[in-house]
Design a binder for this molecule. Structure first.
Ligand code: ATP
Ligand code: MG
Length: 425
């Protein structure tokens, strides 16, 4: 029997989860500024929701799905990404209806599951923050969404981050490019990796973002998709570039970037940073104008990105960024003697009910050990409660930094702790 966590998963313990909460809060606050609301979709979906939209030939669908048949013989998969479920929900809830304000802007934060080979920053259960905007084909939507990710990274203090930009164009220009790429790769097929030889048949664009060395060499002189954009695609791409420049958001054009998922068109992008000299993508996304229709909704433009939280936290860590985490307690109550156990509970509750964070001793320990706990919890103040305090109705409250003490009545604490707290701090 295995009583350890499954491979590729992790427990996020309180000290660590404080960082997660901080980052998630900054994300929520940032998205709010752009008029986004949160969507929560199920952790699992019908297999087809993912397989068909993400792409039958992608790594996610061919190798990485956590799928199973449930007791009703339904083919289910844990969600490997957030966009397909959100689009499914958008259509199912008829958010395309005219009375719903457009664009519809939604973000999600949650677990994703992929059966991958675990390594640094790559897990089987990982967490993504993602955003999706529906109903605007305006290039300003592309740019504000990239700007939103950029603002998030800036607010977190992340450095050395590069925006990589490319366009996949319209379906027609993509098809033209696909043929050009096949024509280029077929004569040098033997020099490609096994995987890429297969990709050449199924999904030649994916050869471009292979991580294998021989593939990287093979595609160095490949034709560029940007030479195959039709007029409309070119205009969209030019507008995106101009607006990025107007907002002073630096970017590089990366014509070999195609993204792992099949549903993108026009703008695609990644934010990449270096960790231990290797490139790490923390955020990736783009435009997916055909996806809503694919799920049975009306033709609707879409734009979004997904951002890996583990990788974001890894980068914060590697870059030595100290998050402003407030880990302190307003009050610690030292409890002297079993006789005042119940009174201590009343006191700590009274303080909590007035909006302060408070902890007490539960273990009947020596006073010294209790003061040590107060320090360990970073308590701002300490109240000592014993039988004599209960008898007189008077306690001392001590500032745990300056050691300054004030004597107050238990009644005052129960009726107006805020005033006392201010006096001591
Ligand atoms: P990669 O090329 O690194 O496998 P991907 O193309 O599979 O990435 P997406 O599907 O675009 O990645 O997911 C968006 C982001 O989610 C990634 O940029 C990354 O930060 C994060 N991510 C993807 N897979 C994992 C994983 N297994 N563990 C942790 N984070 C992940
Ligand atoms: Mg992947």
């Amino acid at each position: 029997m295995k009583l350890q966590k499954p491979k590729g998963t992790q427990d996020i313990l309180p000290l660590e989860s404080a960082k997660w909460q901080y980052v998630e809060n900054v994300a929520r606050e940032t998205f709010k500024k752009y008029n986004y609301g949160e969507i929560r979709t199920p952790m699992f979906e019908h297999y087809e929701v993912i397989s068909r939209s993400v792409g039958d030939t992608t790594d996610i669908v061919t190798k990485e799905m956590y799928d199973f048949y449930d007791k009703g013989d339904r083919h289910i998969t844990l969600r490997p990404e957030g966009t397909a479920p959100v689009v499914r929900s958008f259509v199912e809830n008829k958010l395309f209806a005219p009375e719903v304000q457009k664009p519809v802007k939604m973000y999600y934060i949650g677990s994703m599951f992929r059966y991958e080979r675990p390594q640094a920053g790559r897990l089987r259960e990982f967490h993504q923050v993602g955003v999706e905007a529906f109903g605007s084909s305006n290039p300003a939507t592309d740019v504000e969404t990239m700007a939103m990710a950029y603002q998030l990274f800036t607010e977190l203090g992340i450095k050395d981050i590069t925006l990589h930009l490319n366009s996949l164009g319209s379906p027609a220009s993509r098809a033209a490019y696909r043929q050009a790429l096949i024509d280029y790769l077929t004569p040098i097929k033997d020099s490609l990796s096994k995987d890429s030889q297969r990709r050449l048949e199924e999904n030649p664009l994916r050869v471009l973002d292979s991580k294998e060395k021989e593939d990287k060499i093979a595609v160095e002189n490949a034709p560029s998709i940007l030479d195959y954009l039709d007029e409309e695609s070119q205009a969209h791409f030019d507008a995106v570039r101009e607006m990025l420049e107007a907002l002073n958001i630096p970017y590089v054009i990366d014509t070999n970037m195609v993204r792992g998922l099949d549903y993108y068109n026009h703008t695609i992008f990644e934010f990449i940073t270096k960790v231990d000299k290797s490139d790490l993508t923390i955020c990736a996304g783009g435009r997916y104008d055909g996806l809503v229709e694919y799920f049975g909704g009306p033709e609707t433009a879409g734009f979004g990105f997904g951002l890996g939280l583990e990788r974001l936290l890894l980068i914060l860590d590697k870059q030595g960024i100290q998050l402003p985490l407030e880990e302190s307690l307003d009050v610690y109550i030292a409890v002297l003697g079993d006789a005042v156990n119940s009174k201590a509970l009343e006191l700590v509750q009274a303080i909590r009910m007035q909006g302060f964070s408070a902890e007490r001793d539960y273990l009947g320990r020596k006073i010294k050990a209790q003061f040590k706990s107060a320090d360990a919890f970073n308590a701002k103040t300490v109240i000592t409660l014993g039988e004599s305090e209960v008898e007189t109705g008077q306690v001392t409250i001590k500032n745990n930094q300056t050691r300054e003490e004030v004597t107050v009545s238990l009644e005052e604490i129960k009726s107006d702790f805020a005033t006392i707290f201010k006096k001591v701090n």
